[in-house]
Write a protein that binds this ligand. Structure first.
Ligand SMILES: O=P(O)(O)OC[C@H]1O[C@](O)(CO)[C@@H](O)[C@@H]1O
Length: 599
């Protein structure tokens, strides 16, 4: 069965305190740490990611502290924020009027707070201190708490939840940090993407080492505690061995049933359109030590172990941004994706302040019936005709014959369809596609969406103007056939095993190869990360050639990342019959540094 909760073991690191579970452990550790440090008033900072259930901890902390002989006092960061209206105004350039797209914010967490927040807080803290006639536990909680008290505290903890947790909470009504209202979950995602995450996740990254404790709050009933020292040891350890993220699955209007069956997903999940594994900023990792499990954002692994993960060349090119993503698009018994195009680098930088352009590719892992892939334009497709048809449909709500404009191809199992920016495309229904793409995933300019409504009953936003600024009208059928649907080219053999190049182009930062495995294939990272997915067959083992105890096993449709630091390894077929793996990474010929472009 497809593993939905893959565990990544801590292998070498010996943790001083280990992974602890439950509120008892969190309370005991936090209060004793704060108590041990100071005299009359012990200040405990409880900072964390927006959406974390701070209240779940506080309602247990108050009686606990009182039992320990403390009087309880508290201040929350929310009281020092700009108002919701002020925040909307302050970030209006980042939020914009567009339904889906904003402009990535670059500032700091400070922007959320009123200008005299720290002074006002310091005055309040002084008051608490002066009026404390008995031992007092002064708790400062909420996102930005450590910033608010300028690091002056006796103990501090960071409570974290994943983006998956936040996005589910958005759908149930969680508003953006500091905001008084959201139009809907789409707007909440937009504001999170363009404002909240850039500022608050940057804050978490910059300050993490200043905290004493880290608490995984993804299950608010069962918090998981690590000291920051142990957390960093965990990160540096797991980043040296093959790892798999926790798959992040979501339904969608075109979603299919294949992943649902494969992963035995709940019956009441209408479909599974997407499975991200990995889209680095969106996923987290489950790590395990002595039988205990903690969930940590992949972004933290990248922040503290990017060199081990990606290797020196990729860090020079991309900083600590993991540049390649795998995700599934499941339309089996579902529907077509929107007819769409993705933006080019100058456009995405200038209009949205986004790091990298959205290059893509589709690998058809499974298909049924006469499934199609739509790629490029028909010969003779006139820009005005496509535009007129798309706009007409938007106004009238009537479908158009979109294959008059967009080229249709038979979907072939095992074929790769390359999608450089500017190429009009979409997967048709009845495909199970492994998408191998650059790690940019939000910038889809929909040209046509079949006049249908989304799962929430609202039409999905079309972006015909943006699309037309990016469509490359020279990418028509014949050119596409020659350039974007390459056949496999043999790269090397080892006994009866073979490696093929499936796709590599100078305008794509990633390469896609396929290994046909009968028994064993030896390879080496060469100080570059390698991504693998078992696209056919039962199961394989990845084992280090230097240390046979260092291995990971995985099954059909699961994706593993082999960090650059893993070195030489073998892939061993554990199944009965032959199998195939997609292997991807950063193309050797890609030498455009996106980091430099930032400076
Ligand atoms: O816009 P649609 O129709 O939901 O398309 C699916 C989307 O999934 C992605 O492939 C990955 O997020 C995007 O490129 C694409 O926009």
């Amino acid at each position: 069965m497809f593993e939905k909760r893959p565990l990544n073991p801590v292998r070498q690191a010996v943790l001083e305190d280990g992974i602890l579970q439950g509120y008892e452990a969190v309370l005991e550790r936090a209060v004793s740490q704060a108590h041990g440090q100071s005299g009359h008033v012990a200040t405990l900072v409880i900072d964390g990611t927006h959406g974390t259930d701070f209240q779940a901890l506080l309602r247990r902390l108050i009686p606990y502290a009182e039992k320990q002989g403390f009087r309880f006092a508290a201040a929350d960061t929310y009281g020092y924020l700009k108002s919701g209206t002020e925040l909307r105004n302050h970030f209006r350039r980042n939020i914009t009027d567009n339904r889906a797209f904003g402009y990535v914010a670059e500032g700091s967490i400070e922007e959320y707070f009123v200008s005299d927040a720290r002074e006002r807080f310091a005055a309040y803290a002084a008051e608490v201190s002066e009026s404390a006639a008995e031992p007092t536990l002064f708790v400062v909680f909420g996102p930005g708490a450590l910033w608010l008290c300028d690091g002056r505290c006796d103990a501090s903890m960071y409570l974290d939840v994943s983006r998956e947790y936040q996005e589910k909470a958005h759908k149930q009504g969680l508003l953006n940090f500091g905001f008084a209202w959201n139009a809907d979950a789409v707007e909440a995602y937009k504001i999170a993407y363009f404002v909240e995450w850039p500022l608050l996740e940057a804050y978490r990254k910059e300050r993490l080492e200043a905290f004493d404790l880290y608490v995984d709050m993804n299950d608010p009933d069962r918090p998981v505690l690590l000291t920051i020292r142990d957390l960093l040891a965990v990160i540096r350890d797991i980043a040296r061995y093959p790892l798999r993220v926790k798959p992040f699955m979501m339904p969608g209007v075109w979603g299919g049933q294949y992943m649902k069956r494969l992963a035995d997903l709940p019956e009441d999940m209408v479909n599974c359109a997407w499975n991200f594994e990995p889209i680095a900023p969106e996923n987290s990792l489950l790590v395990t030590y002595e039988g205990r499990v903690a969930e940590i954002p992949f972004l933290l692994v990248m922040a503290y172990a990017h060199l081990e993960m990606m290797g020196a060349r990729n860090v020079r090119l991309f900083g600590d941004y993991f540049p390649v993503r795998f995700d599934y698009l499941d339309t089996m018994d579902g529907d077509n994706l929107s007819c769409q195009v993705h933006p080019k680098q100058p456009f995405i930088r200038e209009r949205f302040n986004e790091f990298m352009e959205q290059q893509e590719s589709y690998y058809v892992m499974e298909k049924q019936g006469d499934a199609k892939i739509y790629l490029g334009l028909t010969e003779g497709c006139a820009p005005e005709a496509l535009r007129e048809a798309a706009e007409r449909s938007q106004v009238t709500g009537e479908p158009i014959a979109f294959t008059d404009y967009v080229q249709e191809w038979a979907s072939e199992k095992g074929s790769l369809y390359l999608i450089p920016t500017g190429t009009v495309h979409c997967s048709g229904k009845d495909n199970f596609v492994l998408e191998i793409s650059a790690t940019t995933w939000w910038f889809t300019f929909k040209i046509y969406d079949y006049a249908r409504k989304d799962l929430d009953g609202k039409p999905r936003p079309l972006n015909i103007d943006y699309a037309f600024e990016n469509i490359d009208f020279s990418r028509t059928a014949e050119w596409v056939r020659k350039n974007l649907i390459p056949g496999p080219k043999l790269l090397g053999t080892q006994g009866s095993n073979e490696e093929y190049v499936l796709g590599e182009r100078e305008d794509l930062l990633f390469y896609v190869n396929r290994i046909h495995l009968n028994d064993r294939w030896e390879d080496a990272t060469g100080d570059e990360f390698v991504m693998l997915n078992l696209v056919e067959g039962e199961s394989v083992r990845i084992v280090s050639l230097e240390d046979e105890a260092a291995y990971a096993e995985f099954r059909y449709a699961e994706s593993y990342i082999i960090p650059a630091s893993f070195g030489a390894y073998a892939i061993v077929n554990l199944g009965e019959g032959p199998c195939k793996l997609i292997k991807a990474g950063v193309s050797k010929s890609w030498n455009i540094s996106l980091v430099d472009a930032d400076e």
